[in-house]
Design a protein around this ligand. Structure first.
Ligand code: TYD
Length: 152
């Protein structure tokens, strides 16, 4: 079943000196991290992303500043505001997403479960809609074929 994007909260291990967040494979992040990249210095008004991934799973963490992440998946649309280094947005599966309203100081850190692979990108919105419909129908088919159990 398609699981939509969801917010992960990280523990702040800080003390009177300041804040600290620690992230470990398969602990605070639900996958093994193979790649890290970060987006910063985004010019005012620029919208980034505007694509979906076929398989890649990523956690996006705004370590400085703030931004909005618009997500579209299955039959849902959601807007997430990232404005704390203690929150991450977990995005996997077929989710069309873009990043908007990045503050001037925004640093968006992304942890990914695979290496960069352009073939995993869907950059054409119509193509995304087609693949999304295909997936919804496939999932409906699986649900119809699944046996239903009744209690005796
Ligand atoms: P792009 O996917 O266009 O960024 P976004 O969708 O977040 O706005 O990536 C910009 C360029 O960087 C593009 O030429 C691909 C390259 N790139 C890598 O080489 N490795 C990576 O891990 C990422 C994310 C991008």
């Amino acid at each position: 079943m398609t699981i939509g994007p969801n917010i992960i909260h990280f523990k702040d291990l800080g003390d009177q000196r300041g804040c600290l967040v620690a992230i470990e494979n398969l602990r605070q992040i639900p996958f093994e991290i193979k790649r890290v990249y970060y987006i910063y210095g985004t010019r005012h008004g620029v919208v980034r992303g505007l694509h979906a991934h076929r398989k890649l799973r990523q956690v996006l963490i705004c370590v400085k500043g703030s931004l909005d992440i618009y997500c579209e998946y299955a039959n849902e649309r959601k807007l997430f505001r990232l404005d704390k280094p203690t929150m991450g947005l977990d995005i996997g599966g077929l989710v069309w997403h873009d990043m908007r309203n990045l503050s001037e100081d925004c640093v968006l850190l992304v942890l990914a479960n695979d290496f960069y692979n352009e073939a995993d990108y869907i950059r054409d919105y119509q193509e995304f809609l087609g693949e999304k419909e295909g997936m919804i129908h496939a999932e409906e088919g699986i649900q119809r074929r699944s046996p239903s159990y009744s209690k005796h």
